[in-house]
Design a protein around this ligand. Structure first.
Ligand code: 13P
Ligand code: SF4
Length: 364
């Protein structure tokens, strides 16, 4: 059977899509599970069978029996779902252009080059645990699997680093320098022992001495959404509302996390605000769709949830998953056609699963 073309769906309004999504979900029943990340827009999020952060959704993907896993998130998430699910299950990303700009800041070629260059100063396979944030391509997870390394998420980064240092003396952490630095600092590692590897420069722009004295070598990657948050935004807001509680995702800059009352994953942010006192006021450093939803959910308790930046910081790639693409993917499935399957080559998946399994074992 041929796939129905996406173009006609672009002309449907959200309401029409909603009805068609609900009908298609009913037709597919338990052959389908929809996983939705917290950054998804409401018109998509409402259709998810399970919502969560990267760790929670990875566990859902590993545990589901559904034939089809539709991931309303970004590409690396659908890859993880494919890796952790059974071979007969199918992982689908409604829009293949939904990537992650941070994940794109590290690729296998540059990481292998870094590993070779580190070998000029030390023996990386004996002395360095490679740790990749889950926001990375499958071949980087495979690299970690092959070199005694591990994957982490924003929830378990501390546990993963504890494990990593129990294996080897140093860590190469990619792609997000902020998550690596924020986590390392809470473990008592001084900033001077966390150096930044600039992948565009020979030897990462570091001296042999700087590499030898480092505990964590941080990849020069960042999230363009969380990079927008600044400590001055906290100061300005608190001038008006001094009682405000500040909560930040650990992809935010170090100075923001230092000023925050709480730091954690999207699921942690959601739970912490839900457990807060009715009538409390929150300033949140994470993606806009999620912050707006939290505000709507809690405003009837008199709770105020504010976005930290004066500028709009939406994750534009998460936003690519719209009701039109979701309806298109689902109605094709009803017709027995799989569109936008995300499939990780077997050899890569085998090595990546080693690194992911290590992560799941040490996760809280
Ligand atoms: P979480 O795992 O905390 O949901 O983070 C994923 C992400 O991409 C945040 O930018
Ligand atoms: Fe990637 Fe940042 Fe979007 Fe998260 S918010 S998916 S890290 S670009």
């Amino acid at each position: 059977m041929n796939a129905a073309a996406i173009q006609p769906y672009a002309l449907l309004d959200d309401k029409e899509c909603e009805q068609r999504i609900v009908r298609a979900k009913q037709a597919l029943g338990d052959r389908l599970v929809i996983l939705g990340h917290h950054y998804q827009r409401d018109e998509v999020y409402q259709h998810a069978d399970f919502t969560g952060d990267s760790l929670k959704l990875s566990r859902q993907a590993a545990g589901t029996n559904a034939e089809y896993i539709i991931f309303c998130g970004v590409h690396f998430m659908a890859e993880v779902a494919d890796i952790l699910s059974r071979p007969d299950q199918v992982s689908i990303l409604p829009d293949m252009a939904a990537g992650c700009s941070m994940a794109d800041m590290a690729d296998l070629q540059h990481v292998e080059k870094a590993w070779q260059e580190l070998a000029e100063v030390l023996d990386p396979d004996q002395q360095v645990t490679p740790v990749t944030y889950i926001n990375s391509a499958a071949d980087l997870k495979a690299f970690c699997g092959e070199h005694g390394g591990i994957v982490c998420t924003s929830t378990n980064a501390r546990h993963v680093l504890d494990w990593s240092f129990s294996q080897r003396d140093k860590v190469l952490f990619f792609p997000d320098q902020h998550l690596g630095r924020n986590t390392g600092y809470t473990m008592g590692i001084p900033l001077e022992q966390m150096v930044v590897w600039d992948y565009d420069k020979p030897m990462g722009g570091l001296t042999a001495e700087a590499i030898r004295q480092a505990k964590i070598i941080l990849w020069k990657g960042f999230c363009s959404v969380h990079q927008m948050f600044q400590p001055e935004q906290i100061d300005n807001f608190k001038q008006k509302y001094p009682e405000t509680l500040v909560i930040a995702h650990p992809e935010s800059p170090f100075e923001v996390c230092q000023k925050a009352d709480f730091v954690g994953s999207t699921e942690f942010i959601k739970k912490t605000i839900a457990d807060g006192e009715p009538g409390s006021r929150w300033l949140v450093a994470t993606e806009l769709n999620m912050v707006n939803r939290l505000h709507e959910q809690h405003k009837h308790e008199g709770t105020h949830v504010h976005f930290m930046s004066p500028h709009v910081c939406m994750c534009s790639t998460m936003f690519r998953i719209d009701p039109q693409h979701l309806a298109w993917a689902l109605e094709n499935l009803v017709d027995g056609v799989v569109v936008n399957q995300v499939s990780v080559p077997e050899k890569t998946a085998k090595l990546a699963v080693t690194a992911l399994d290590r992560m799941l074992e040490v996760s809280p």
